[in-house]
Design a protein around this ligand. Structure first.
Ligand code: ADP
Ligand code: MG
Length: 251
């Protein structure tokens, strides 16, 4: 398989021969994947192909059965403080925003930096203000999540992850739970994040986003990376029958 190297920079996330089972189900099969600093990788594929599991193994929400995963040259720790530090380095944004409902927007964003990074409250608040403005919701910081639209809540979730100064951001279908009119406000934030040089892994069905922001598209099926290419190449000239079939259904 030809792996497009769109940015000649250092490897940041390296998966080597990763395998994972859920009982009899072989959910990740011999995954070899290197994500470089500043690279934006979009992961697509049919439901059940292992995309979420792949993301979850990268911040060790799931363990692996064999192979190795390193972040910035360091193997994923199994537990303890080192694991908390890893989770801070690997930001994750889910389909369901997972905000703390009893905390204000600002408190959601400052909690991690104060508790995990040990940053003092005033500094954390200042940074939260900055980040909330960056994602376009500076005015909402004293509200509770339930008072915000879905698109606004997802932007809070992005700001909350960014507040930890992650090395890489994982997005697992971040717009799938949103009403159509709110999808673009979240994608716009992600596009600007991509342009700012953030390393990103994005599972999405938003092919417009993939075309605009991805350096590389990875197509997964049945727990395997079947194909990877630049978006241009992948969308105009998919090679495998699986990818052709998938694209014919979603485009
Ligand atoms: P995708 O995100 O591509 O839809 P997933 O990674 O969520 O795929 O799931 C891949 C396969 O693993 C599916 O068949 C799913 O049902 C199964 N699976 C996911 N999580 C678990 C789990 N915790 N226990 C058992 N099976 C799981
Ligand atoms: Mg999924």
């Amino acid at each position: 398989m030809v792996v497009p190297m769109t940015r000649a920079s250092e490897p940041l996330v390296v998966l080597t021969d990763v395998n994972k089972h859920f009982g009899a189900l072989h959910v990740l099969r011999d995954i070899d994947l290197t994500i470089h600093k500043g690279e934006v990788v979009v992961v697509i594929g049919p439901s059940g192909s292992g995309k979420s599991t792949l993301c979850r193994t990268i911040n060790r929400l799931e363990s692996i059965d064999s192979g190795s995963i390193t972040i910035d040259g360091v193997p994923l720790p199994a537990e303890g403080k080192a694991l908390a530090k890893l989770r801070a380095d690997v930001g994750m944004v889910f389909q369901s925003f997972n905000l703390f409902s009893h905390m204000t927007v600002a408190e959601n964003v400052t909690l991690g930096p104060i508790k995990v990074r040990g940053i003092d409250k005033a500094k954390a608040n200042e940074r939260a203000k900055e980040l909330l403005e960056r994602v376009g919701i500076g005015e909402q910081s004293n509200k509770l999540p339930a008072q915000l639209s879905g698109g606004q809540q997802q932007r809070v979730a992005i700001a909350r992850s960014l507040a930890m100064d992650p090395k890489v951001m994982l997005f697992d279908e971040p717009t799938s739970a949103l009403d159509p009119e709110m999808i673009n406000e979240v994608l716009d934030v992600m596009i600007s994040l991509a342009k700012s040089g953030m390393t990103m892994v994005v599972v999405t069905h938003e092919m417009g986003f993939a075309r605009r922001a991805a350096d590389r598209v990875i197509f997964m099926a049945d727990g395997q990376i079947v194909e990877q290419a630049t978006p241009e190449e992948f969308f105009t000239n998919p090679r495998s029958d699986r990818a052709k079939d998938f694209l014919s259904k979603i485009l």
